[in-house]
Design a protein around this ligand. Sequence first.
Ligand SMILES: N[C@@H]1[C@@H](O)[C@H](O)[C@@H](COP(=O)(O)O)O[C@@H]1O
Length: 243
Amino acid sequence: MRIYKAKDYADMSRKAANIVSAQVIMKPNCVLGLATGSTPIGLYKQLVEWFRKGDLDFSEVMTVNLDEYKGLSRENEQSYYYFMHQNLFDHVNIPVENTHLPNGMEPDSEKECRRYTELIQSLGGVDLQLLGIGHNGHIGFNEPGESFDKQVHCVNLTESTIEANKRFFASAEDVPKQAYTMGIKTIMQAKKILIVASGEDKAEIVQKAFFGPITPQVPASVLQLHNDVTLVADEAALSKLSE
Ligand SMILES: N[C@@H]1[C@@H](O)[C@H](O)[C@@H](COP(=O)(O)O)O[C@@H]1O
């Protein structure tokens, strides 16, 4: 695993955006696996800025997002569909038909998971998968204890994730209780993985995930087994590495 230490959030965002833009430049029709959460927002801003300057072209890029809340419509401001449009898709020249997310409004979980798994396969797999990390080590919405052997599936969110995400909703009761997510197996099939982390509150989990034992209790620890992982994190998120 390569680790790039950034000074702060802005530096982390720029360094990570450089890696994504290198991918787009090297392979204009690449498949990008994208993530939500607050951590990648700066990275997306940077990509938009470079696009506006004429340095990046997304016209052939395909995207597949990691996850989506089950039960939220595209119009819901908390849906990941809305997030991706607001933070990236609406500001660059990616054709909307090239962008893909699980359909949160499909009530039949089995059907939706099969559709999304087959879609990723039909695109030829993910070239570069971007990931954030949850405080409990979740990646996408793969919560602690999940088998490493799952493709796209429907999960029950843990209390800690509902708690962490309730800041975006009117109350904890409004946070959906389920989500569709790429499984660990899907994530591990990506050719390259880029994981971003920022802030002291992520220091402990970054240490555990990348330097602790590989265990389903810390889903991100499985990334130690992938042969092309880059972690870009700021000093605060890396501050527990020497302990
Ligand atoms: N499903 C997302 C994850 O993909 C994300 O990595 C995590 C961390 O979010 P943040 O970057 O806001 O800490 O939150 C959510 O639960």
